[in-house]
Design a protein around this ligand. Structure first.
Ligand code: FES
Length: 554
């Protein structure tokens, strides 16, 4: 009676309590997350499908993470959202759940939660914005912010132009429409088998976004009955498929961290080096910004992810079964590509095999670092230069406009203190804007190294996720201005030309920075966050607890 009576207060009739599956709709809608602000409409479409299939839908709000607004970085809160969604799923009497996400961190946070609870789950991402338009050209969210800000800093774009561009860049609801982190993670959810085919790419404003949501509502009722759980969908095979797809779509480097974190929740053995090994065989096929020319609407109309996966079928585990309940081979058998400029064939790729995200090793990054080759300058992938070191991104921002800054085009810019513990939260600052005096000379790229992340919409020859980070005493903490650094991406190495004896002397003189956080979530995060090479999850959140409530007093 206690369960029924209070739900009756919402006006439900007696039939909904006839034993039909209760389907939670976990909604990360928020006006503070513009990319997810339309998700209430998407939830209504999911509900239609659930009712249609004989389930009982109950929508509930979750924490939401707005990438563009949150300080110091939305990534600081990914694990908090994952923890909150996990506990909501476990605490409430749900038989299955549909996850509604969109903006960058909301998708991995929800997948991490679903992995730990292991209730039957389908994800519906909110879809990308319509393509950006500005003065007759296509402009991509994020990617053109960095370009326009660089142009503005160099004096080639006025403030009025910037203001005019910003509305043209955000023409509809939805998440960033470049192949940034949100689009990448939507594709990862589909490649893992956690969302329905084509669901990653329908634009948020397209009626087919609601259709796919309704279909997810219908399908989740079947999943509740067949008990197809995330642990049976997100297998090692599924992660290998996702890594191959990420390389082919020119996906975000953030996918590396998020996939490692999701795998960690499931106990799937996935390591940083898997990304390099698996991606070496994969050409970049999808011609989208920031690696290429087009945007998500174009990708959708060209056939979306099923067309890419069909093209890649020789490299994928096509016997994998996702939330459709069908083998991938069957799902993609009839997928067509309608635009070969946007989705290139394996025989004529946008970039050759092995040009996706590379994993580097060396005495500067003993636990690894990554670089997105497809967004880098080819002539800088092998580079030797002298370091110019900054202890924080704020220090760099103060110095960058200085016309007397001692920096040359060949300099390697090093920014540290921006890792998971150091900032904290590992902000997306790795593709920082070049020093003003070089921009004014027309320099468009330089080697940059940091323990930070980079927005999936960013570009440049930037080495990211250096591990261990400087704040825990990684070798990055010991680099000094003037040291020589060798970057050799084809050889997958990043080395500091400083002898072991000298490094040992510097280490003795080094002391860890004091954390300014004495309480609250930030303290919990700093004390427990793992390094980027392990997925930057909190150490005590690894693994699964399942859906059972430890003590059920009803
Ligand atoms: Fe939300 Fe880019 S800011 S997806």
């Amino acid at each position: 009676m206690i369960y029924r009576s209070w739900l009756r207060a919402e006006g439900f009739t007696a039939e909904v309590f006839d034993g039909r599956p209760v389907i939670g709709i976990a909604n990360s809608w928020s006006e503070l997350t513009p990319c997810n602000a339309h998700l209430r409409g998407v939830a209504d479409a999911v509900k239609r499908g659930v009712w249609q299939a004989g389930g009982f839908p109950l929508e509930f709000p979750t924490m939401s993470l707005g990438e563009s607004l949150m300080r110091p970085t939305a990534m600081l809160f990914r694990n908090l959202m994952a923890m909150e969604v996990e506990e909501l799923l476990r605490a409430n009497p749900l038989d299955a759940v549909v996850l509604l996400s969109g903006c960058d961190k909301t998708t991995p946070a929800m997948l991490m939660a679903a992995a730990s609870v292991d209730l039957p789950t389908i994800m519906v991402t909110g879809g990308p914005m319509l393509n950006g338009r500005f003065r007759g050209t296509q402009v991509g969210s994020g990617t053109h912010v960095w370009r326009f800000e660089q142009e503005h800093a160099a004096g080639r774009m006025t403030q009025e132009d910037l203001l005019a561009a910003e509305t043209g860049m955000a023409r509809s609801c939805g998440h960033c429409m470049t192949m940034g982190t949100a689009s990448t993670m939507a594709c990862m959810a589909e490649a893992l088998g956690m969302q329905l085919p084509e669901s990653a790419t329908w634009p948020a404003a397209d009626s087919r976004r609601l259709r796919t949501a309704q279909q997810a509502g219908q399908r989740i009722v079947d999943l509740a009955q067949s008990d197809l759980r995330p642990s049976r969908v997100m297998t090692r095979q599924a992660f290998e498929n996702a890594i191959v797809v990420n390389a082919a779509i020119g996906g975000s480097t953030n996918a590396v961290i998020h996939l490692l974190a999701i795998a960690g929740r499931l106990g799937v053995a996935l390591a940083l080096d898997d990304f390099d090994v698996l991606a070496r065989r994969v050409p970049t096929l999808v011609n989208l910004m920031p690696s290429g020319k087009y945007l998500m609407e174009d990708f959708c109309y060209a056939g979306g992810l099923p067309a890419v996966m069909r093209e890649l079928s020789g490299l994928l585990h096509t016997d994998h079964i996702g939330v459709t309940g069908r083998a991938l081979a069957e799902v993609i058998a009839t997928a067509e590509c309608w635009n070969r400029e946007v989705i290139r064939p394996v025989a004529d790729p946008l970039q050759p095999p092995g040009s996706g995200t590379a994993v580097l090793r060396g005495n500067l990054c003993p636990d690894g670092a990554v670089i997105k080759q497809s967004a880098a300058s080819q002539q800088l992938l092998r580079h030797r230069g002298q370091a110019l070191v900054f202890d924080s991104i704020e220090d760099y921002h103060r110095a960058a406009p200085d016309p007397h800054l001692d920096v040359a085009e060949s300099t390697i810019l090093v920014v540290r203190g921006a890792g998971p513990k150091g900032y904290p939260g590992m902000p997306e600052v790795g593709n920082f804007v070049l020093p003003t005096k070089l921009l004014e000379r027309g320099v468009t790229d330089m080697v940059r190294i940091s323990d930070a992340r980079m927005s999936g919409t960013g570009f440049g020859t930037v080495v990211l996720h250096v591990a261990p980070e400087a704040a825990v005493g990684g070798p990055l903490a010991l680099v000094q201005t003037g040291d020589w650094i060798n970057l050799d991406v084809p050889a997958r190495t990043l080395t500091l030309d400083v002898g072991d004896d000298e490094l040992a002397r510097r280490r003795v003189a080094w002391s860890p920075p004091a954390s300014p956080f004495s309480r609250g979530y930030a303290r919990l995060y700093v004390e427990h966050v793992q390094q980027a090479s392990q997925g930057a999850d909190l150490d005590f959140l690894k693994g699964a607890s399942g859906a059972a409530v430890p003590r059920d007093n009803h």
